[in-house]
Design a protein around this ligand. Structure first.
Ligand code: GDP
Length: 296
């Protein structure tokens, strides 16, 4: 189920509940069952969905609600709040400050859109007057440096990398040092991906992280990853200190639920979403407007 369909299903379930003459336990349960099914079909992790259902039932205790209360509104508000709660880990991520050098390290599986997202992130800030720079510490994938170089050149963003050096830690450290000397205020380090979660990848990420001491580590995840989202995000979080999430390919036919699971697994907020292959197809992610839009 794509994200728009998920929103549609939840809205319809709420509307149906709203149309009922009397809102009793059965009407509430029917409504929650439809919402639960829609969330599961959108690849939201089972435990999250179950917790959400329990929470709503606790908040909306029909027996306790005084006769004058608008039960419909209370239920709608509870659903809205619970969806926001899943997407909001409760603490903001590190926010870089213009003019002060920050190192931002990107991690994620190969094909997730990591390299594309590094450039989008740099370009977004450049347009706002920052001085970003890109470091290609991906020595694993042939062509990774060329791809980053091409993107960086197109966006007129300084870059650093090597065709010869095979040690990602060395490149990362050199790149960060160089751009600190050049007074760049947003030094973005692109790391290697792998096709799947592997011990070697996680070890490399740890080493790059230890050597460059990033202010923020951003986990990039393809929105079409499905039910594997929670475990994948958790595996990255357990290796390095992931502090924020960017979900890519939100323009496709992806099931959007992975975003909710990634937040839960990493306890980190989604800060941006990728909505296309182009440099400017990149949006700031805000929980409440996102959920409002989702519910139409
Ligand atoms: P990496 O291996 O994680 O560095 O992934 P890449 O940055 O090379 O991206 C893999 C593919 O996904 C490329 O074809 C990108 O153009 C594409 N891609 C990345 N982000 C998005 C997005 O938000 N939407 C769409 N439609 N494609 C994307």
């Amino acid at each position: 189920m794509v994200l728009a369909e998920l929103g549609g299903s939840i809205s319809r379930a709420l509307q149906q509940m709203s149309n009922a003459t009397v809102i009793d336990e059965k009407v509430l349960n029917d409504c929650l069952n439809v919402i639960t099914r829609a969330l599961l079909q959108s690849d939201v992790q089972f435990k999250l969905v179950r917790d959400m259902q329990t929470n709503i039932k606790t908040i909306v205790n029909l027996d306790d609600l005084a006769a004058g209360h608008n039960k419909r509104k209370i239920i709608q508000q509870a659903v809205f709040n619970e969806l926001c709660k899943i997407l909001d880990p409760g603490k903001p991520s590190f926010t870089p400050k213009k003019g002060k050098p920050s190192v931002i390290m990107f991690v994620g599986l190969q094909g997730s859109g990591k390299t594309t997202t590094c450039t989008k992130y740099a370009y977004y800030h450049q347009k706002k007057g920052w001085k970003p720079a890109l470091v290609c510490a991906d020595t694993f994938r042939a062509g990774a440096f060329d791809q980053l170089k091409q993107n960086a050149t197109k966006a007129k963003i300084p870059f650093y990398g090597s065709y010869m050096e095979s040690d990602p830690v060395k490149i990362a450290v050199e790149g960060v040092e160089r751009f600190k000397e050049e007074n760049c205020d947003l030094i973005i380090v692109d790391t290697s991906g792998r096709h799947k979660q592997e011990a070697a990848l996680f070890e490399e990420m740890r080493q790059v992280s230890e050597a460059t001491k990033p202010d923020l580590i951003i986990f990039v995840m393809d929105s079409s990853i499905g039910q594997a989202a929670f475990d994948q995000a958790l595996a990255f979080k357990q290796s390095v200190a992931v502090g924020a999430v960017i979900i890519t390919k939100m323009d496709g036919h992806a099931k959007g639920g992975g975003a909710l699971s990634a937040v839960a697994a990493t306890k980190s907020p989604v800060i941006f979403i990728g909505t296309g292959e182009h440099m400017d197809e990149f949006e700031v992610f805000d929980v409440k407007p996102f959920v409002s839009r989702l519910l139409g």
